[in-house]
Design a protein around this ligand. Structure first.
Ligand code: MCN
Ligand code: SMO
Length: 785
């Protein structure tokens, strides 16, 4: 039912709309998740979690029966706390213990664990542990924390901020020239991530290999191996991490979880298998949180709505711990750097504070800070448009970086590599039908609902390089990756990558890349991923980097293999290597061809048929790829939406949703569209439904899916998508990453549409999620003033 204007190249190579190879097993319920694994003598693990947000642990009483199956932090004396280091000078690190030691810092923090043959028995045992607490002052909000000058959440701290970042570029000079000043306060609520599969980890001792094996739902198996080995004091060569099928990750699974360390410790210590599976309630209470940003935005513009300078103060509620490896610095770093979005203004002043509070850790979530900054910037842009009395799209055109200035370095030193941002806005404007919507607005709806139209344009920096992560303080993240390819003895191809696919369709798109170069049928190309023992080292999948980095490495590795295959094939058909080409699974030359399988057989089984000068490196190679620049590839898009707002009930219905996106060359447009739709569904959740509220004592108020609202099939509308394909000059095939983009713009576009609908009432909304209560309050407030 989804429409795309993109051309459909036939075949299986780059650009073909091939259906995903991985779908068959998932649609038939044959996926292999951690919860599907069976193992003799497996013990299930349950955690006793803190009922308080901030308290000292003053006493512990273990149950008489089963005390040997209960673990406290002091039992794990040989394991290290998790500490994420940062290069940023203002950063205060946190020591995150695998189980709380001395004190607890958020409701749901693991305090003890118990194990038993069944989860129910393990839970009973955990519940029989008694912990005595002494209350400490609770910092349930950034405001509460900033007001305190003692009793900091972490030892050795001198204030409550993890980090404060500042920027000032020509602010006073350019703000001074403005005719118009527009100010807005803007809030994004804290929420959870709710992947279908929660945390899941099974660890055992492989007695034959004499090593620890950890099967875990992670995006970053190699990095998890590195940090587990460190925290457990083991050689990395004796730890193997396997990420099997993973049921959605969205950033939640790109950091080390306390539970992963705990279960790995059990297996290492007892030399037996242990498993922990997070349940939904644990996820909603104790799982990592995301998105909670507060903005004070002041735009300085001319009378046409062209912004000259922007002043912003951003406060991010960072929760209790700074996660490994990215640190909490990723969120404020991306916020301060990406707030100017796709716009060309040159005056910028921003202070971004990231405050520690007594809530679960803040973890990257699809879009990372860009969902927040897009929301703040785009709401401010519309406020400027209203102030100057112009159309939202007209004022955006005044401000977007024009195509003729590409490549363009913006006010925060982002290197926009290519594309036409205004064209994406104009195309979205055409597709959503601005004139028809304006006409419909003028006629009164028979049911009294108000019609509104909203836009949001954003950039999605993807495939960030080493220097980009270093500027966010994270020293461990490289701007390159690698791949191994091997022609098998029967002429199939194995690709091995250290990134992990958990819904992105890499088993298909990486095969398409290899097909493009080697011509092997994709049904004969196998992607091996998610096992540190079988794949080259990689920091893993996050930041929409896998296709550009590892996909680029697959391309490069195939280009290394191709001449070797041609060389042997040419010899077999009596041609010169430069006379032959690879296509349709064959080496084709002037006098005929030979199947690639015969080349493979010559190498593996009939070396007597090989040319005398054959390259002994053979039909396998590992190589890396690094984009030509370190600054990333910038995907961009405009989302446009029309809504109907019911001023009586506060209900918002999305009537139409349009996306015009440009991720450079698409490897598989079908997957690109699926990624976008999924992201938009999550963005609609952020905009209208999802919230994890806390009371003043730090108690979570939404701990079941009855209180925590998610968009379902009836809330996610039909979407229309149009692609531009401006190749990146810096990557293989000109592809740019795009896995997060869908989730960036929806809150901005939807709120702008609602505010457009409310214009006549003088009401405005700027706080996610837009519940009926918040909407009705905004209308009542406007009526009262
Ligand atoms: N693709 C393409 N052509 C392009 C770019 C991408 O065909 N020019 C396709 C490829 O199939 C590629 C996929 O889109 O595998 C996503 O590519 P990329 O942008 O490189 O993103 P990653 O593979 O690195 O995936 C990470 C990204 C992130 S950071 C989050 S968060 C997220 C997302 O992907 N989490 C997801 N999409 C997700 N989708 C699912 N189903 N589940 C998650 O947890
Ligand atoms: S939040 Mo995505 O894993 O960068």
């Amino acid at each position: 039912h989804n429409q795309s204007d993109s051309a459909k190249p036939a075949g299986q190579g780059v650009g073909a709309r091939v259906e995903r190879k991985e779908d068959a097993r998932h649609l038939h319920g044959k996926g292999q998740f951690v919860a599907d694994m069976h193992m003799a003598e497996l013990s299930e693990v349950a955690f006793l979690r803190s009922p308080l947000a901030h308290a000292r642990i003053v006493g512990t009483t273990l149950p008489v029966e089963g005390a040997g199956r209960v673990v406290l932090r002091e039992t794990m004396g040989d394991a290290l706390d998790i500490v994420a280091e940062s290069l940023l000078p203002t950063y205060q690190p946190s020591a995150q213990p695998p189980l709380a030691a001395g004190k607890v810092r958020f409701v749901g923090e693991p305090v003890a664990m118990a194990f038993a043959p069944t989860r129910a028995e393990a839970e009973d045992l955990a519940e029989a542990i008694e912990i005595e607490f002494d209350d400490l002052p609770v910092y349930a909000s950034a405001e509460a924390a900033k007001a305190a000058s003692a009793d900091f959440i972490h030892e050795g701290w001198t204030h409550h901020n993890f980090l404060t970042l500042k920027a000032d570029t020509r602010f006073d000079e350019l703000a001074g020239q403005a005719k118009l000043v527009v100010h807005r306060s803007i809030d994004l609520a804290r929420h959870c991530m709710v992947p279908m599969e929660g945390k899941a980890v099974l660890a055992y001792w492989d007695h034959q290999a004499d090593m620890l094996v950890v099967c875990t739902a992670t995006q970053v198996p190699h990095m998890i191996r590195t940090i587990l080995a460190k925290c457990l004091g083991m050689d990395q060569g004796r730890v193997r991490v396997i990420a099997p099928d993973v049921g959605g990750a969205f950033g939640y699974k790109c950091v080390l979880q306390q539970e992963e360390l705990c279960v790995a410790w059990l297996a290492k210590t007892h030399r037996k298998p242990f498993r922990y599976l997070e349940d939904r309630r644990e996820h909603l209470i104790a799982g990592a949180n995301t998105r909670e940003h507060h903005y004070e935005m002041t735009a300085y513009a001319d009378e046409r709505g062209k912004i000259l300078a922007l002043d912003a103060h951003i406060v991010i509620d960072g929760g209790a711990y700074s996660v490994w490896p990215f640190t909490i610095g990723l969120e404020p770093g991306q916020a301060i750097g990406n707030l100017p979005g796709p716009y060309a203004f040159r005056g910028y002043r921003c202070v971004t504070e990231c405050v520690a509070t007594n809530k679960p850790a803040f973890v990257p979530y699809r879009g990372v800070a860009r969902t927040g900054v897009c929301f703040a910037m785009e709401l401010t842009m519309d406020a400027v448009a209203r102030a100057v009395g112009r159309e939202q799209w007209e004022v955006r055109l005044e401000n977007l970086v024009p195509a003729e200035l590409m490549p363009y370095v913006n006010v925060t030193n982002k290197h926009f590599d290519s594309g036409d941002y205004p064209a994406s806005l104009l195309k979205a404007r055409e597709m959503i039908g601005v004139d028809a919507v304006r006409e419909r607005q003028r006629r009164v709806e028979p049911d009294g609902r108000l019609i509104g139209l909203g836009f949001a344009t954003y950039t999605e920096q993807s495939a960030h390089g080493t220097s980009v992560f270093a500027a966010w303080g994270t020293p461990v993240i490289p701007g390159f990756d690698s791949a191994t390819v091997r022609l098998t003895p029967d002429g199939g191809l194995e690709i091995r990558v250290g990134v992990h696919s958990h819904g992105q369709g890499m088993e298909t798109s990486f095969a398409q890349i290899a097909h493009e170069i080697l011509g092997i049928d994709i049904s004969r190309i196998k992607l091996v991923h998610g096992d540190t023992a079988q794949t080259p080292y990689s920091t893993g999948t996050y930041a929409s980097r896998s296709l550009v980095m590892s996909g680029g490495a697959v391309s490069r590795a195939c280009k290394v293999l191709a001449p070797r295959i041609r060389h042997i094939g040419a010899h077999l058909i009596g041609a010169r290597p430069e006379e032959v080409a690879l296509a349709d699974g064959r080496v084709l030359g002037p006098g005929g061809g030979v199947p690639i399988s015969e080349v493979a057989q010559a190498w593996y089984l009939r070396p007597d048929r090989l040319p005398a000068d054959v390259d002994p490196a053979g039909l396998e190679t590992t190589t890396g790829f690094k984009p030509k620049v370190d600054t990333g590839a910038f995907t961009y898009a405009t989302h446009a939406v029309t809504v109907a707002v019911d001023p009586e009930t506060g209900h918002v219905e999305i009537l139409d949703y349009v996306i015009v996106e440009d991720c450079g060359t698409m490897i598989n447009p079908l997957i690109v569209e699926g990624q976008t739709y999924g992201g938009v569904a999550q963005g609609i959740g952020t905009a209208l439904y999802e919230e994890t509220p806390y009371d003043a004592n730090g108690q979570p108020l939404a701990s079941t899916l009855a209180d925590y609202m998610l968009p379902g099939a009836t809330e996610v509308p039909h979407m229309r998508i149009h692609h531009f394909e401006t190749p990146s000059p810096h990557t293989e095939f000109g592809a740019k990453g795009m896995g997060e983009g869908g989730a960036i713009a929806p809150p901005a576009a939807i709120f702008n549409a609602v505010n457009d609908a409310l214009k006549g009432l003088g009401a405005e909304v700027a706080h996610t999620p837009l519940t009926p209560r918040r909407l009705l309050e905004a209308i009542a407030e406007a009526e009262a003033s």
